[in-house]
Structures are given as structure tokens and as C-alpha cells.
Ligand binder design. Structure first.
Ligand code: ATP
Ligand code: MG
Length: 356
């Protein structure tokens, strides 16, 4: 799947974009669950990780290396901090792009304390030489530091204390198999159910001292695209609205009115998503239509339509990418409150694709 870290920048900052913006970065630390018990949803991952960590603690050993994969904003960074907290270990945080030379990694590894958690975010963006050094460090807790250049270069082996590597990636498919295989435990984070996001919203509201009722939280959760980060962001915008336009208390009407102002619809589609769907339905009868034609019709770049709008529309089952072009699903017609054209012979892709 295409969850590139840079995807969102092409259409500017979106209220429903999954990647952290400046404001998110400033407030997220305060909203992060601190232990596994506080972490909402991801039942399987939580149960498995709990076992891995308990067992390591019982043995008095350092936990196995953990790989966290999943779309932006689902809680990878949060979980890495929880792992350290549960192990009572310090955490060192760095990222793939920050490690361009093997030497950068050697410096970090050689300064780790015993049992420390090394969190390597965006691990798929590390340089090749650093990656190879990491293999040995993960497996044998050893690195070879190369001193000098050319034929006179020598490798000085350096013992490392046992540590736990926690790698995070939005693109697990980009990880070379030898790297993937060196993790003892891999957790794949799924998008959250609305009921889980509702709990996220409630929890964040109470931390932010915002009063919200059950329906208000459900309304925000339903528009959050399965992503806690987006839920927290929408909550902040709704809070602003509630303070200015009402008495500060969030209920369903306030949440819906606030998000209408920000053009986030009941299903979490924003202006761009709706423009793409509307063009597809109203101008092209539901398709199939080529990506370039669709992009011109909405006045956006091809890449913006393909990388920013489409992934969520496809995930929601509103749009399908077919060899003959983009096609709207029956759910898309229903969502926009439009009636699909009836029996247009072979001219319309609806019939043969969906048997309507
Ligand atoms: N399971 C959860 N329960 C409650 N809050 C959560 C949960 N998962 C994530 N959050 C909240 O969502 C926000 C984003 O989470 P986090 O930064 O861990 O995502 P991420 O997967 O690291 O994203 P990225 O790929 O962009 O680095 C945080 O503020 C965190 O509080
Ligand atoms: Mg993160």
C-alpha cells in the first residue's frame, strides 16, 4: 500500500491528513498513552507485545527486537515509548534519514546502555551501509568500526551491551528481508474501529479538560479515518468551535456543525476527496475514466489525485482502480446522494464490474 511519508505535502496541510503537522507535534506528547493498559485498540498487538515484554522481564533479560509497521498516526511512536516504559528502560530516539553514514549508527550503538531501547523511526529510509552494520548489531551485539580508508583500512570489532531495537515503518514492504528477519516480533498496526476512536476522543478530551458527550465523541470518531492522530486533531478543531459558538461543551450537533465548517464530511472525506468523487460521478457517469482526465476535471495534479485522495477512497470502498480506469462503486453514489444511471449498455463500467 502507498503510505508514503511525504504524500500529504503535495496538497498542503489537510485537516484529515495522516502525517503529523506542527501543531500535532507540539501537543501529541501530552496525549500519548504511557503504558499498555492505556493504549486503546490493537488488541492482538497489545496481547502479543504484553507476552513478549512480560517474558523478558521474568527472565531478567532485554526484550527481543520489535518491528512496528502501519500507516502514519496509528501509534508506532507511542508504542515504542510504551515498550521502554514497560521494561523500565531508557529510550533513545532516532530515525532512518538521520543515519546516513554507518559511522552515525556506530556512534549511537556504542553509547547505548545495557537494556536501553533504541527507537529507529522510518527504518526503511536508512542508508545501505548503516543497514548492514545494524544486521550485525541486532544479531551479535557487535559492530565492526572501520578505521582508515582503502587497502589500509582495518575493522575494529566493538562489543555492544544488549539492547532492544524498536523499528518503525510506514512501508514494511520496502524493508529488505534480512532486516525484517532479524526482528523477534513484528506488529502490524491496523486502522482503528470507530468505537475505539471514540474511546481515544474521550480520553484526549479529558486530558485536554474538554467536556464531550458520547454522541459528540462518536461523531468525531466517525470522521477520523481510522486514525487516532486525526481524531485528536479534529477534537481540537471542534473544541475551538464549541468555545466560540457555544458553551464549550461538545455534543453531536456541535461536532457536526464544526466539522462542516472545516469541510470534513460524515465519513471523513474532505473537499478534495469529494471533488474527485463528484467529478467521477457527475462528469463521467461513474467511470471508468483515466486518472489524467479525472485530475484535469478537478483541477489538481495527477499525483495529488492518485496519492492524496485515492488511497482513502479506495480503502473506504468508494472508488476502484481498474485496468480501464477509475470507477465509482455503488457506495460512492449512495454517499453523495446521487442515483447511478440505469442500463447504459456497454458504455458504462458499472454493470459488468459490480453486476448492478
Ligand atoms: N492506541 C492509541 N490510544 C490512544 N491514543 C493513541 C493511540 N495510538 C495513537 N494515539 C495518539 O495518536 C497520536 C499519533 O500517534 P503516534 O505519533 O504514535 O503515531 P505514529 O504511528 O508514530 O505516526 P507516524 O507514522 O506519523 O510517526 C498520538 O498523539 C497518540 O496520543
Ligand atoms: Mg511516529
Amino acid at each position: 500500500m502507498n503510505w508514503d511519508d511525504t504524500t500529504d505535502t503535495s496538497a498542503g496541510e489537510r485537516l484529515v491528513g495522516p502525517v503529523a503537522d506542527r501543531e500535532d507535534q507540539a501537543v501529541e506528547a501530552a496525549l500519548r498513552p504511557k503504558d499498555l493498559g492505556e493504549f486503546i485498540g490493537q488488541e492482538k498487538v497489545r496481547e502479543q507485545l504484553d507476552l513478549v515484554l512480560r517474558a523478558a522481564r521474568a527472565r531478567g533479560a532485554t526484550a527481543d527486537h520489535v518491528l512496528l509497521s502501519g500507516a502514519p498516526g496509528l501509534g508506532k511512536t507511542t508504542l515504542s515509548m510504551i515498550i521502554a516504559a514497560e521494561m523500565g528502560a531508557p529510550i533513545r530516539i532516532t530515525s532512518g534519514p538521520a543515519i546516513q553514514h554507518a559511522g552515525d549508527l556506530a556512534a549511537i550503538l556504542s553509547s547505548l546502555q545495557e537494556g536501553e531501547v533504541l527507537f529507529l523511526d522510518e527504518i526503511h529510509r536508512m542508508s545501505r551501509p548503516a543497514e548492514e552494520m545494524l544486521y550485525m548489531a541486532m544479531e551479535d551485539f557487535r559492530v565492526d568500526v572501520i578505521v582508515g580508508k582503502g587497502p589500509g583500512a582495518t575493522a575494529i570489532p566493538l562489543e555492544l551491551p544488549p539492547f532492544t531495537l524498536v523499528g518503525a515503518t510506514t512501508r514494511a514492504g520496502l524493508l529488505p528481508p534480512p532486516l525484517r528477519d532479524r526482528f523477534g516480533f513484528t506488529a502490524h498496526m491496523e486502522f482503528y474501529e470507530p468505537a475505539e476512536l471514540q474511546r481515544v476522543v474521550h480520553r484526549s478530551a479529558s486530558l485536554l479538560d474538554v467536556e464531550i458527550d458520547t454522541d459528540g465523541a462518536a461523531e468525531i470518531a466517525g470522521r477520523s479515518r481510522g486514525t487516532p492522530r486525526i481524531a485528536n486533531r479534529l477534537l481540537r478543531r471542534v473544541r475551538d468551535y464549541a468555545q466560540v459558538k457555544a458553551d464549550g461543551v461538545i455534543n453531536r450537533e456541535i461536532a457536526a456543525a464544526a466539522l462542516a465548517v472545516y469541510e470534513v464530511d460524515a465519513r471523513g472525506l474532505d473537499r478534495l476527496d469529494r471533488a474527485v468523487l463528484e467529478a467521477l460521478l457527475k462528469l463521467f457517469g461513474g467511470g471508468p475514466v483515466g486518472l489524467s482526465t479525472l485530475a484535469v476535471a478537478v483541477g489538481e495534479e495527477r499525483e495529488t489525485v492518485e496519492e492524496v485522495a485515492e488511497p482513502f477512497l479506495v480503502r473506504e470502498g468508494l472508488l476502484a482502480r481498474t485496468p480501464r480506469g477509475r470507477v465509482a462503486t455503488p457506495a460512492a453514489w449512495a454517499h453523495l446522494g446521487l442515483t447511478p444511471p440505469r442500463s447504459q449498455g456497454g458504455g458504462n463500467g458499472q454493470q459488468d464490474l459490480f453486476g448492478a
